[in-house]
Write a protein that binds this ligand. Structure first.
Ligand SMILES: Cc1cc2nc3c(=O)[nH]c(=O)nc-3n(C[C@H](O)[C@H](O)[C@H](O)COP(=O)(O)OP(=O)(O)OC[C@H]3O[C@@H](n4cnc5c(N)ncnc54)[C@H](O)[C@@H]3O)c2cc1C
Length: 402
């Protein structure tokens, strides 16, 4: 059944998908509140220096561009085929969009969502029954002073991403012994070893864990740093020896539609083939335990597998993926993939509750912003019960619409 505007929508997260969803909803006349635990694009701010794999055209919408053109006629957007950094994407597109008239009043920054539930039905009640949708959704959030607030709504869109919850580094995905205590002292994202992190990583003994594109990006960056600062040593630990048919641990997708992604994967593998005394690869090895010693700012790490032993490192970069925060959704009736913890479909058993963006893919890291933009279009067609509703579509030829 359609939920007509002006129904109230709560959106969790002001990343690319949360902001675009807010704009879409406002265009349709819905009342919107966006709850964001940090700043707009908080997760992207952690890797502002990184060049995106996707061109600008894949990361923006017609709706977003029209909103910006109406509000800031002088703002120059990146070119469609330009591969901008996350910092440029934020500065030139996402933040101006968040500041635009339609979105800015909806934003409640520094509000961390603690739970989403129905106002008077627990998870165990009325599964699949029409009564389930008769009570409102209630979102509990905590502001920066610690005060808690309740937001009632007809619809909730969870766009809270996954980057806030890095996976654990133990061999089977559980925390390595001592990892939980050591966590605040190691990195789980993309380091800026040519910029703001250069001092922190130069001339250090660095352990990098993981074989995905984030690990590959860090390995490429750190190998440049190691050539420039001769006391820098990088040990790269991966569970596998070589990815299928590759000359290193990173999977290079032969016909990858994203050439920048393919380049990083190949380059990281190639670094292992070249003679390089500053980078060593320890395959078929996992982290068993770690202990951080604050007085010396160093870690004692026990490795097991092919390179069993106790080693000392000054820096650890763990790139072993991310998982969705499902704790805030415990009282909702969800149907999630047992493998990835992503959604099996946009429509959940819980009425009027949707997970969009990277969180909908769970632990599957193949998600791109363009996937989330497609979800926004589909979810508002579902909400409005208008199959053909598509605010991203080009106007029919011959029409006068902008
Ligand atoms: C290293 C890396 C590189 C990538 N490169 C690309 C690329 O080139 N192109 C591409 O298309 N995609 C890329 N991606 C995919 C990436 O997931 C997207 O770029 C994008 O950040 C996902 O958008 P999102 O809005 O779903 O989530 P996010 O950007 O993660 O936004 C979620 C927001 O929700 C907020 N939040 C989280 N929990 C709460 C809570 N409890 N309460 C309130 N707010 C909360 C966060 O602070 C954050 O602002 C990359 C991902 C990674 C990890």
């Amino acid at each position: 059944m359609a939920v007509e505007s002006p129904a109230q929508i709560v959106i969790v997260g002001a990343g690319p998908i949360g902001i675009e969803a807010a704009l879409y909803a406002r265009f349709l006349g819905y009342k919107v509140t966006v709850l964001e635990s940090g700043e707009v694009g908080a997760h992207l701010r952690k890797c502002e220096h990184v060049r995106m794999f996707t061109p600008f055209s894949a990361n923006c919408t017609k709706l977003g561009k029209s909103a910006l053109a109406a509000q800031h006629p002088d703002l120059s957007l990146p070119l469609s085929d330009q591969f901008v950094t996350y910092g440029q994407y934020l500065e030139q597109y996402l933040q101006p969009l968040a500041d635009s008239d339609l979105v800015v009043d909806c934003l409640k920054l520094r509000h961390t969502v603690l739970s989403v539930a129905r106002s008077s039905q627990t998870k165990t009640e009325n599964f699949g029954q029409p009564q389930r949708s008769e009570t409102t959704l209630v979102t509990l959030a905590k502001d920066e002073s610690g005060r808690e607030h309740v937001f009632e709504s007809d619809i909730v869109l969870d766009c809270s991403g996954v980057v806030g919850q890095p996976n654990f580094i133990g061999g089977g995905g559980s925390p390595a012994i001592g990892e939980l205590a050591a966590r605040p002292n190691f990195e789980t994202g993309l380091i800026d070893s040519h910029g703001k992190d250069a001092k922190r990583y130069a001339n250090q003994q660095i352990l990098v864990i993981g074989a995905g594109h984030s690990a590959a990006t860090n390995i490429c960056q750190l190998s440049v740093l190691a050539r420039e600062t001769l006391e820098t040593h990088v040990t790269w630990v991966t569970r596998e020896c070589k990815a299928d048919g590759q000359n290193g641990p990173v999977t290079v997708i032969e016909d990858d539609p994203l050439p920048q992604r393919k380049r990083v994967a190949s380059e990281a593998n190639q670094l292992l083939v070249e003679e390089n005394g500053h980078l060593v690869h320890w395959p078929e090895t996992t982290v068993k335990s770690m202990h951080y010693e604050p007085q010396n700012d160093q870690f004692h790490v026990t490795l097991e597998g092919k390179h069993t032993g106790i080693h000392t490192f000054n820096r650890i970069v763990a790139n072993v993926g991310y998982r969705p925060n499902l704790e805030i959704l415990q009282e909702l009736q969800l149907d999630l993939c047992p493998n990835t913890e992503g959604t099996k479909s946009l429509i959940q058993p819980e009425p009027n509750f949707y997970i969009l963006g990277s969180k909908s893919y769970g632990r599957d890291s193949s998600y791109l912003i363009s996937d989330g933009l497609g979800q926004i279009r589909r979810v508002f067609a579902i909400i409005g019960d208008r199959e053909n509703l598509d605010l991203y579509a080009d106007p029919p030829s011959g029409s006068n619409q902008a």
